[in-house]
Design a protein around this ligand. Structure first.
Ligand code: BGC
Length: 359
């Protein structure tokens, strides 16, 4: 079968290769891939900054945003049948089975020894077929077929926002307004979730007011700002006190700035990765003083587990009901598996690029 693979650590090594089609054992499921989403992590994998091949392999099949259909369910598989639509989770338990991994939360692994399909130590989903255990597969209703490839990135944001709300149970909290820094796929999904929970939401990016990002935000009643015209500080002045900021640009500078911009008692949720190791001067006394004197909370969140995928399904359905067709507008380009390299070349107006693998 065909698969999109990189040589970890090597720049621009992405290629479409031939590999043996996997065969399901007892208790396993063979999934035929329909489509995969391209994400910033895939670009970082291809730039050689991150990525780890499975033990004994010199290549890594990439792809972690996925939607497929059950092709064959091995003996002993009761929960899924041929023809079922499925999305697979990404993180897998560490060999030491720490407390997090033992309790079904590999996203909260206590070590750095966890695996991530398509990213770290395990092949991913940008291939014609893959094999998985049913407990790592989420069954998707056919009504969500067109948008279900967004379930993986949505699960990441669902987890972050759920944790922010839990942390704020430290007081009697009455949030009104949230800001999402960045309007890429993660930023837009975060803004839509927050809007869906009833908050007033604003977001910003570097694209103009006519851009698709701005229009999608506008259609859901989210205030969009072009940060080139309206600096972040001005956005905050215009919007009023922000109870929550979700950082989704991956800029550590904006992450630190967010701490100063969130209101007293507010919370900053950091979701953006910054593997480039850039440095920015920061007044550490000021940050410390601000956090302490104003009861502010800051936390980071990565990955997700089955629970967030399951809740994400409800969220997808809810967003689709409120703003029919809006999520689908995020798909700006579709490429075939053979042309996956084109899919990794992001145009400035792109939001989510899909790699179409099967019909
Ligand atoms: C993926 C997560 C993963 C993270 C770090 C993200 O792009 O969606 O599942 O944990 O990258 O590898």
């Amino acid at each position: 079968m065909r698969a999109a693979a990189i040589t970890p650590g090597k720049k621009d090594s992405l290629d479409v290769i031939d590999v043996d089609q996997p065969r399901p054992g007892d208790g396993e499921v063979l999934v035929r891939m329909l489509e995969a989403g391209v994400c910033g992590t895939d670009e970082e994998l291809n730039s050689g900054i991150i990525g780890e091949a499975p033990p004994g392999s010199d290549y890594l099949i990439i792809g972690h945003e996925n939607l497929g259909v059950v092709d064959e369910a091995g003996r002993d598989v009761r929960a899924l049948r041929r023809g079922d639509l499925v999305v697979a989770t990404v993180r897998r338990a560490c060999p030491g089975m720490c407390f997090g991994c033992r309790t079904g939360q590999p996203d909260m692994c206590e070590s750095d020894d966890y695996f991530e399909r398509g990213i770290k130590g395990m092949h991913g989903y940008m291939a014609e077929y893959y094999i998985e255990h049913p407990e790592n597969l989420i069954q998707v209703p056919p009504s969500l077929r067109k948008i279900a490839v967004l379930l993986e990135p949505l699960s990441i944001v669902e987890k972050g926002i759920e944790q922010a709300i839990k942390i704020q149970e430290r007081m009697i909290w009455h949030p009104r307004r949230a800001l999402v820094a960045g309007a890429g796929p993660i930023g837009l999904l975060a803004a839509l979730i927050l809007r869906d929970t009833g908050l007033e939401v604003s977001t910003f990016a570097t694209r103009g007011m006519e851009s698709l990002k701005a229009r999608i935000a506008g259609a859901a009643g989210i205030d969009y700002f072009n940060v080139k015209e309206t600096p972040i500080e001005q956005i905050v002045e215009k919007q009023g006190p922000l109870d929550m900021i979700v950082e989704a640009t991956g800029s550590s500078e904006i992450a630190f700035k967010s701490i100063g911009l969130v209101s007293n008692n507010g919370i900053v949720c950091l979701t953006g990765l910054s593997p480039q190791q850039r440095t920015h001067p920061v007044c550490t006394d000021c940050v410390n003083m601000d956090l302490v004197m104003h009861n502010k909370a800051v936390f980071g969140t990565v990955s997700s587990n089955r629970v967030h995928f399951e809740r994400g399904l409800d969220r997808l359905a809810s967003v689709e009901r409120r703003w029919p067709g809006l999520l689908e507008r995020m798909f700006t380009r579709r490429v075939s598996l053979e042309n996956v390299k084109e899919g990794l070349k992001e145009d400035k107006e792109d939001i989510k690029i899909l790699v179409e693998i099967g019909a």
